[in-house]
Design a protein around this ligand. Structure first.
Ligand code: 8Y7
Length: 286
């Protein structure tokens, strides 16, 4: 059993992962909040962040570009205008860890300057300039697997062996990040549930999640409200909390240390329950 402290290094502080944590989703895309002008949008986002912090979120994930299948891409200026004021507002009143969900190097740099601690990139720093920008910031990094691009990725996802292919990809991206000067202890990895994967692929990944611990990087997962739950439960997106919470607990039992979720209070309880079961088994999360 490894005795190394389990944590996520982010600039000059570390997020303790000795117990699994929840990352709350804060979308600041135009469809997420009522169009009451710039000030009220920042206020609405801040109110949602406060609620998630009170519910026990360790990280707030601020995203200004929808990465849902079929969503339109945001321009650089749009993304900056959406996320920077929100990051600044959260940082002005809370020490909570803040991640920025972006693939654009300029947004990475601007967000960290505004107070973000973590870069959550669904493109795993593959955009030109992203590796260098991420390295310069010294922020925590989440490298996620996606097959294809958001617009088309769900058309006909195909793998020979999904768990091996995703793991090999993440292993290669860790190597690329380290070669670019990113410290290994800053890196977490994510199999990218729903990103170019069928429901069957997602279930296969979840079943083999523990194998990903060979990557020696904390595992982050996002399963909240995803469409695999429509297949399994038949429920609309607004009625998937119970299913999402069940998936969160299963992910933690299989080694996930950070769970990205919309329903923070319920997910915090679920990860605590799963963590208690693991502790009973003497599993140290590595
Ligand atoms: C994930 C994510 C989304 C995920 C990480 C949604 C930005 C789609 N999903 N980031 N982002 N992992 N790391 O349904 O699974 O929330 S957006």
């Amino acid at each position: 059993m490894s005795t190394a402290a389990l944590s996520w290094q982010c600039i000059d502080r570390a997020l303790d992962l000795g117990a699994p944590v929840v990352m709350g989703v804060l979308n600041v895309t135009p469809d997420s909040f009522s169009d009451g002008g710039r000030f009220s949008k920042v206020e609405a986002a801040l109110a949602q962040a406060r609620l998630m912090i009170a519910e026990g979120a360790a990280i707030i994930d601020v995203g200004g570009e929808s990465t849902r299948p079929g969503a339109a891409p945001a321009t650089l200026d749009e993304e900056l205008e959406r996320v920077i004021p929100v990051i600044r507002a959260i940082r002005a009143e809370s020490p909570v860890f803040i991640s920025v969900d972006t693939s654009k190097p300029e947004v990475m740099r601007g967000s960290v300057e505004a107070g973000a601690d973590i870069i959550n990139d669904v493109r795993a720093l593959q955009e030109p300039g992203a590796l260098a920008a991420a390295a310069d910031t010294r922020a925590g990094i989440c490298l996620m697997h996606m097959k294809g691009e958001p617009r088309t990725m769900q058309a006909s996802p195909d793998y020979r062996d999904v768990a091996t292919e995703v793991r090999d990809f993440l292993s290669g991206r860790i190597a690329a990040a380290v070669a670019a000067g990113i410290a290994h202890e800053c890196i977490t990895v994510d199999p990218g549930f729903g990103f170019g994967k069928s429901a069957a692929h997602n279930l296969e990944l979840l079943k083999h999640l523990a194998d990903f611990t060979v990557l020696r990087a904390p595992l982050l997962v996002g399963l909240s409200r995803k469409s695999m739950l429509a297949k399994i439960t038949g429920r609309d997106v607004e009625s998937r909390t119970a299913g999402s919470v069940a998936l969160a607990a299963i992910a933690v039992l299989n080694g996930a240390r950070i769970v990205r979720a919309h329903d923070v209070a319920a997910t915090v309880d679920a990860v605590r329950v799963a963590a208690a079961v693991l502790k009973g088994e003497g599993f140290d999360g590595t």
